[in-house]
Design a protein. Structure first.
Length: 56
């Protein structure tokens, strides 16, 4: 197999990969994954670490 024939496979595969990445990125934007980037960082700092009373 020479170098040119492998391009016939690699170029469509790379285009397919680019489209799949774009679809996943678009889905994550629509799903709200990037809405609150700092919220989780602040939530862990303000988390209440007091032990809960036993339930029995």
């Amino acid at each position: 197999m020479d170098g040119m024939s492998s391009l016939y496979i690699l170029i469509p595969l790379s285009l397919l990969l680019v489209f799949l990445i774009a679809i996943v990125f678009w889905w994550s934007l629509r799903d709200g994954q990037f809405e609150d980037l700092e919220g989780e960082g602040f939530r862990i700092l303000t988390d209440d670490d007091t032990p809960k009373p036993p339930t029995a």
